[in-house]
Design a protein around this ligand. Structure first.
Ligand code: ATP
Length: 512
């Protein structure tokens, strides 16, 4: 199966089992907007809890916040979003398709890289065992030619994008003879800047209305509440404010399912620190965030850091945590050292002092900020991608199983009476009534036990208990493990303790 096929299967699986639905589906959907179904919302909530508790519970100097989505429009002027939160877009007149100019050029660079790799593969075949790859890369005329063209393109592109030179971006597309993937033509419009913020009007009459924006990030809600929280919470630097909430971006090219959405959710933490200490904190948060990801047990090889080539003008360090999705390594979280840019801007635009008075040194300063910003939906997708498996069993059958970390699984335990008679359903229901206060359980009595196991495997339920006739006599049940499919007999009275340990988010937090 190709990775593309795997991805299609994951998307179909998400829909079939009630994890993610296209929004407004009965009206043929709405581009890049999705709804989370009955199981999706549970998984999402568990991811949120894992993040929230790792921030707010495990750090006595991090507190939470829930700020409004609507904010004063000047906030977005101060933050730079009104003027600079843009993507350069270009249209193909024949296909009427719209593209990001930067993405078209980046794809062109990737094509040169692919050509180089093809040359190397061909040469390896030709030379066999005696192939010296490093020497070939350094001397082959074709490879050197492609590399030179790629590097020249990269330099030209970097200059154009840094200078915001839209004519030059267009000229690059023309010179490189880039064609529209749909129409195959080079009939391009000029490149225009496209602001990614959604706007609406607040107020009941045209006169009194004010143009406001749907926030494109949650971070600004934290910055403008910095003083409120610092003062009322008597917070001392260094300290952090964490927030989970919706963000909205009018993405030009929205594809790859929930990877790039127009309405999505972020989990952001702004850590306020003394100027000069930011690089230390930046590396501490890098390490701590990577540990949080890797604690889920998907294997360290699925993650990597990707340091930014181009830093935003206010940042002095930035890196992404990338995860190996079916469509390659992709950003899931950004860690940015944002200096005092945001607080200083809000100080300037609001005219209010946002300084911190350090009681130990008797000095006042505008704090610096290191932020960790993770997309909840991308995290969801990474977990689904890493968990989805079609396993061939010893008897030759295939089972679809989600190897979700037990702590994040929507349903922790399925309770299954072996047959629908002889008092087994009653005993099974009494177990449910007892355990439902502790974790999410599902009762299922329909179909054969094998079919019921498969249904639970497909939604990632880590444990199933089967109530059989022996249970009536000795108050034991079989406990089946999703991954190993092994079964053991266990006393009904021990279920809660044994399982709580394995499925609680606390057990995950303890590994951090
Ligand atoms: P990209 O380069 O992929 O557009 P970004 O660098 O603009 O992302 P940030 O502004 O750093 O993203 O936002 C922080 C996090 O929010 C990202 O790491 C990502 O997980 C998430 N995110 C950003 N845009 C989207 C989107 N359109 N849909 C879903 N998640 C998103």
């Amino acid at each position: 199966m190709t990775q593309e096929e795997v991805f299609k299967k994951i998307v179909a699986h998400c829909k079939e089992y009630g994890f993610v639905f296209p929004s407004s589906e009965i009206y043929d959907g709405l581009g890049a907007v999705y709804d989370y179904g009955q199981l999706g919302v549970e998984l999402k909530n568990n991811i949120k809890t894992y993040w929230w508790q790792s921030m707010v519970l495990l750090h006595d100097n991090i507190v939470g916040l829930d700020s409004a989505i609507f904010m004063h429009p000047t906030i977005w002027k101060a933050s730079g979003h009104v003027d600079a939160f843009n993507d350069p877009l270009i249209d193909n007149r024949d296909s009427k398709r719209r593209y990001r100019a930067d993405v078209l050029i980046e794809e062109q660079m990737a094509k040169y890289d692919e050509k180089i790799e093809k040359e190397v593969v061909k040469a390896r075949k030709r030379f066999g065992d005696s192939f010296d790859e490093a020497k070939y890369r350094a001397t082959s005329a074709n490879v050197l030619d492609y590399a030179a063209r790629r590097n020249a393109l990269h330099d030209r592109y970097k200059r154009a994008i840094n200078e915001n030179n839209l004519e030059e971006l267009k000229q690059i597309i023309v010179d490189e003879e880039i064609v529209c993937p749909v129409s195959g033509t080079r009939n391009w419009t000029d490149v225009r800047q496209f602001n990614l913020m959604f706007s609406t009007d607040m107020g009941s009459t045209a006169d009194s209305s004010m143009k406001i924006y749907l926030r494109p990030e949650t971070a600004q809600g934290i910055f403008v509440n910095y003083l409120n929280v610092q003062k009322t919470g008597r917070m001392k630097i260094p300290f952090g404010i964490a927030q989970i909430g919706k963000a909205f971006r009018n993405e030009i090219v929205a594809r790859q399912f929930i990877f790039r959405m127009r309405e999505f959710e972020q989990m952001e933490m702004q850590f306020f620190i003394k100027p000069g200490t930011e690089l230390d904190w930046f590396s501490k948060w890098k390490e701590s965030r990577m540990k949080w990801h890797q604690a889920l047990g998907f294997g360290a090889e699925r993650y990597r850091f990707h340091d930014h080539d181009k830093l935003a003008h206010y940042a002095n360090a930035a890196t992404d945590i990338e995860f190996l999705m079916p469509f390659g390594f992709k950003e899931v979280e950004g860690i940015h050292s944002r200096t005092d840019f945001d607080l200083s801007q809000h100080e300037k635009f609001s005219g209010k002092s946002i300084k911190y008075f350090d009681p130990e040194t008797n000095e006042s300063y505008t704090p610096y900020v290191v932020e960790t910003s993770i997309g909840l939906d991308r995290m969801f997708l990474s977990i689904m991608s890493a968990s989805y498996d079609e396993e061939v069993l010893e008897n030759g059958e295939t089972r679809t199983v989600l190897h979700l970390p037990a702590q994040l699984a929507p349903v922790k335990l399925a309770i299954l009476p072996l047959v629908r008679k002889d008092g087994l359903p009653e005993l099974a229901r009494s177990i449910l009534d007892d355990l439902k206060f502790h974790f999410n359980c599902q009762y299922d009595e329909k179909d054969s036990i094998g079919k019921r196991y498969r249904r639970q495997d497909a939604i990632g339920t880590p444990f199933c208990v089967t109530v059989d006739h022996q249970s009536l006599e000795d108050k034991t049940v079989t406990l089946r493990d999703r991954d190993s499919m092994e079964q053991q007999r266990i006393k009904i009275g021990d279920l809660c303790n044994v399982l709580s340990d394995k499925v609680s988010i606390t057990s995950l937090l303890k590994t951090l």
